[in-house]
Design a protein around this ligand. Structure first.
Ligand SMILES: [Fe+2]
Length: 214
């Protein structure tokens, strides 16, 4: 699987174009950046855009969804099966641990609520990479100050799901908030107190300290 990163949108958002080299089938992870540059790239490589993966329904992650569906009316919109937004007839709801194909590539869905109820991550086991949206960034987690956020759920999503993936897994997150755009889980754990907690109570303390000092 190949990955091309695009930076832009509302707040240093990151969208990814991912594709299967065997079939040329491609998917965009989050319609979060202006689409002309992505479409140019798709056309230059003769790729076939098949799916949009939605990491969660926060507005900045679906900001350019209408632009995309206008250009690609057949595009399959793939997000959590209890979405916080209405996505119409082309929506495909995904469940925890479901495997969704992209050509010959397989992506495993991890439901990771906490930052937002419909947050999911897309994990490619073979390629050792995971697309985490706003659940995990380089250096920290997503925030839990929104009305639908939940710190306990985020703790479970991080510690029982994402941190259980192989340490060499590369994290591709929804925003460029760290010192680099992507990072291995192993390095993220080493560098960030958010990922070094031994209990939920400790995690809540780290989160609260972070919000207080912002
Ligand atoms: Fe978000």
């Amino acid at each position: 699987m190949k990955i091309k990163t695009f930076l832009g949108g509302y707040d240093k958002n990151l969208s990814y174009l991912i594709w299967c080299e065997t079939t040329g089938l491609a998917s965009i992870v989050d319609a979060a950046v202006e689409i002309s540059e992505i479409i140019e790239f798709i056309n230059s490589r003769n790729l076939i855009l098949e799916k949009l993966f939605i990491t969660h329904s926060h507005f900045d992650h679906i900001k350019y969804l209408d632009d995309l569906t206008n250009q690609y009316p057949q595009l399959q919109l793939c997000g959590f099966n209890q979405p916080e937004e209405e996505y119409g007839d082309n929506f495909r709801g995904l469940t925890h641990h479901e495997i969704i194909p992209l050509g010959t590539e397989m992506l495993t869905i991890l439901h990771t609520p906490g930052h937002y109820p419909d947050s999911i991550c897309f994990w490619n086991k073979k390629e050792n990479c995971v697309f985490t949206g706003d659940t995990m960034f380089v250096g920290r987690t997503g925030r839990t100050i929104g009305a639908k956020s939940n710190i306990s759920m985020l703790y479970t999503s991080i510690y029982d799901n994402l941190l259980k993936l192989p340490p060499q897994t590369i994290v591709y997150s929804g925003h460029h908030y760290g010192f680099k755009k992507s990072i291995s889980l192993k390095e993220n754990i080493r560098l960030s107190s958010f990922f070094q907690c031994n209990s939920e109570i400790e995690f809540i303390q780290v989160m609260k300290k972070y919000e207080k000092n912002r």
